[in-house]
Design a protein around this ligand. Structure first.
Ligand code: ADP
Ligand code: AMP
Length: 213
């Protein structure tokens, strides 16, 4: 099963992608996580990505597309994957469709998690992230068992650099301008499924399962 998660930053893509990956036993591939790991590791890719990410802008397509296509070519992707944060532009979506078509493959579903902007701002201010395993928490809606400690791997949670309110505003602008057109793109492909992301996160997951089967 090959899935794409759509939705504004903070809509809950990562939260749901991790649960989907776990249930269907496919890798969760987050381009944001890959960039953050590269920044942490001080790689050339990380260096390139950081200035864009800090401003809330998108990392250029020429950097992002090659990186993602390499990743989905790995052995663990043979039975599918859930893409979280990719594609974010029409050229990214087109490159993905084209690369898959060359191998007689396609994305099965694009799941659009719908959450209004004012709700997003609340979510982002309470988001805490695990720098080690990529798990995401919220101080109110999805608190870890021990304060500020990752339930899964025990690492100390951090506030993401780009979750500052000014940056969140810019990320939402970027989303509406560059990423939202993907909803029509996947609707035209006939694989878009809309989900009400304002519900409790377990209910959101149930809605996703009822689509995926
Ligand atoms: P994205 O990957 O789309 O940027 P996340 O999955 O990181 O979003 O979620 C953003 C924040 O909102 C996190 O703090 C997460 O715990 C919280 N969150 C996710 N889904 C829900 C939900 N259905 N209700 C309330 N909070 C949620
Ligand atoms: P995320 O973790 O998905 O919220 O992504 C964090 C940041 O990484 C984004 O604001 C972008 O700067 C960058 N990024 C992640 N995925 C992409 C992508 N597909 N295209 C461009 N930039 C991306």
């Amino acid at each position: 099963m090959k899935l794409v998660m759509l939705g504004a930053p903070g809509a809950g893509k990562g939260t749901q992608a991790i649960k989907i990956a776990d249930k269907y036993n496919i890798p969760h591939i987050s381009t944001g996580d890959i960039f953050r790991a590269n920044i942490k590791g001080g790689t050339e890719l990380g260096l390139k990505a950081k200035s864009y990410m800090d401003k809330g802008e998108l990392v250029p397509d020429d950097v992002t597309i090659g990186m993602l296509l390499d990743r989905i070519g790995a052995d663990d992707c043979k039975n599918g994957y859930v893409l979280d944060g990719f594609p974010r532009t029409i050229p990214q979506a087109e490159s993905l469709t084209r690369a898959l078509a060359e191998r007689d493959e396609k994305i099965d579903y694009a799941l659009d998690i719908n959450v209004p902007d004012d709700n997003i701002v609340k979510r982002m201010s309470g988001r805490r992230a695990c720098p080690k395993c990529g798990s995401t928490y919220h101080v109110v809606y999805a608190a870890p068992k021990l304060e500020n400690i990752c339930d899964k791997c025990g690492a100390e949670l951090v506030i993401r650099e780009d979750d500052k309110p000014e940056t969140v505003k810019e990320r939402l602008n970027v989303y509406h301008k560059q990423t939202e057109p993907l909803i029509s793109y996947y609707k035209n492909e006939g694989i878009l499924r809309e989900i009400d992301g304002t519900q409790d996160l377990e209910k959101v997951f149930q809605d996703i399962i009822s689509i995926l089967g």
